[in-house]
Design a protein around this ligand. Structure first.
Ligand SMILES: C[S@@+](CC[C@H](N)C(=O)[O-])C[C@H]1O[C@@H](n2cnc3c(N)ncnc32)[C@H](O)[C@@H]1O
Length: 307
């Protein structure tokens, strides 16, 4: 248990009121705790269990959080039993008027986002992408940005905050883009600089080209979404379109979150399908997402057009 407490206390010390993974058992750096993660979405802390764990573990975590100093103590502590079909939410305490099952407003890198902390998938913000969003925020000034597979527009929010001239977001989910629009509004962004296209990417090349060319492109697809995108066969189709969509010296952030497909898979696809793009660097994952094998975790790779 001490390793869990140590991780929580290290992460809590560096959150300053922002979202954070407090314990990342899934990274397999803590033997015996692979099925446990703990997230902080202030004011809510969530203990996520992917398999059944002994009740003593929950009790010890409860006591640990209880004895924290007030400024570090979450106002709400919830256990999410992800392996159960029913009664999966157990509220251990709630000292606030926040309902952890509803929409919550959280902050990351000084920017605001809407999340649904207890949704199993698609809670609104992928916490492991923080460094990707930081990179975009720091490299978007005066750029025309294309954000493919935009979801709730986390990259778009970061880009506009970083001074992007404009962002074109594309995602087939209208609902996700609506949340994205709300995320921009939460941050009081100039909405005329942001476009939201709710289309299937594979039917939208003409539209995207007319909006281009772009200085910066983010491609962050699902690894496998039946009928919509399968990385092993579809990623190359997107890469083939890149030369046409981008300006000279354009930068592209390619993302992939599949334990089976490593960085070399993406680098090889680029060499085959758009060789004018050169691999520059991998953006490291946040330190709260340490993984025993970095190649099985999220990959965020930067390429630059060598023209
Ligand atoms: C991993 S999420 C993207 C995460 C997002 N980039 C972010 O920053 O949070 C994958 C998204 O791809 C979208 N998607 C999947 N297949 C698509 C397709 N063929 N065309 C457009 N969007 C697609 C899904 O609707 C989903 O929102």
């Amino acid at each position: 248990m001490q390793v869990i407490f140590d991780s929580i206390s290290t992460q809590l010390a560096s959150t300053s009121g922002e979202v954070r993974r407090l314990f990342h058992g899934r990274g397999r750096c803590f033997p015996g705790y692979e099925q446990l993660v703990i997230d902080l979405l202030p004011p809510v802390a969530i203990i996520r269990l992917f398999t059944e764990h002994p009740p003593e573990l929950i009790e010890q975590l409860n006591q640990y959080f209880q004895q924290l100093d007030n400024e570090l103590k979450p106002e709400v502590l919830v256990v999410q039993h992800r392996y159960r079909r029913e009664s999966c939410i157990e509220v251990l305490w709630n000292n606030s008027d926040v309902d952890p099952e509803q929409l919550l407003q959280v902050q990351e890198l000084g920017l605001k986002y809407h999340v649904r902390p207890l949704k199993n998938q698609n809670s609104g913000l992928f916490l492991d992408m923080r460094e990707g969003r930081r990179w975009i925020k720091e490299h978007s000034k005066d750029k025309s940005v294309l954000n493919l597979f935009a979801y709730t527009c986390g990259f778009s929010v970061a880009a506009i905050a970083g001074g992007a001239e404009r962002v074109v977001n594309l995602d087939m989910s209208r609902g996700a883009l609506n949340t994205g629009r709300e995320n921009h509004r939460l941050n009081q962004h100039p909405m005329e600089r942001v476009k939201f296209l709710s289309h299937d990417l594979f039917r939208s090349w003409g539209k995207l080209k007319r909006e281009g060319p772009y200085d910066l492109v983010v491609i962050d697809p699902p690894s496998f979404q039946r009928g919509s995108f399968v990385a092993t066969s579809d990623y190359r189709k997107v890469l083939r379109r890149l030369p046409d969509l981008t300006k000279d010296q354009a930068e592209v952030l390619l993302c992939l979150n599949s334990p089976q497909l490593d960085s070399d898979f993406l680098i090889g696809l680029v060499e085959e399908n758009c060789p004018e793009f050169v691999f520059i660097e991998r953006i490291a994952n946040p330190e709260d997402f340490l993984d025993q094998d970095a190649e099985q975790a999220l990959k965020v790779l930067l390429f630059r057009k060598a023209l």
